[in-house]
Write a protein that binds this ligand. Sequence first.
Ligand code: HEM
Ligand code: HEM
Length: 178
Amino acid sequence: MSYSRTADRYTRPAILFHWLIFLLIALAYLAIEIRGPKGTDSRAFWSSVHFWAGTLVLSLSVLRLLWRLWAGAPEEIDHNRLLAFLARAAHLALYVFMFAQPLLGILMINTGGHPVTLAWLNVQYTLVGADAIARPVLKNAHVWLGNAFYWVIGLHALAAIVHHVLFKDRTLRRMTGS
Ligand code: HEM
Ligand code: HEM
């Protein structure tokens, strides 16, 4: 088990956080896309899945960031200055997204005058009170950021595949533990 910083791969916890958060974000996107029309059981079910997945993304991202600060990351592979810059900028943007997107969703619901309800366990939580002016701004930001990050996530995944298939380096393998 590699819990400490090494030159050529991410630590096991870092790899676990990366792929778990990826799956939860994919689930949040899927749920919101297929939720169906207002008033249906399908909408209630998939909205609950969306809230659960998003809340877990936020919680795990806190642990992930702490682990990143504790354990660090392997040395960069890109020796090209521009590629290294783009990779760093993309990773920073993805970290910001993992916090900002769930927070916007939670604040959007709270400013609408409701607590966030996590179905099945019946947990409810509120971070802020109702605010009719902030709500539409938060909603627009949540929908806009969600749509914009289809592209950022897509390009990030494409970059990983290009590294693996064309450059034939260890970029993807060191994030899968091999
Ligand atoms: C990483 C986590 C999340 C992602 C990727 C995400 C993504 C999205 C996207 C793309 C939409 C817009 C769908 C459309 O085009 O209409 C959306 C809508 C929504 N999200 Fe999230 N979301 C996340 C977390 C959350 C959380 C934590 C909450 C609240 C607890 C939340 C509440 C909502 C609500 C209520 C809507 C519907 C807005 C409306 O149409 O009225 N989201 N989300
Ligand atoms: C929601 C989707 C995703 C998010 C939020 C995300 C986020 C991130 C972040 C923040 C990093 C930087 C890690 C660090 O230095 O601490 C990273 C690295 C990485 N990600 Fe993702 N990722 C996602 C999806 C994917 C997918 C689908 C792939 C592969 C097809 C992938 C492959 C990689 C690889 C290979 C690295 C290591 C890059 C390097 O060492 O330079 N990621 N990811």
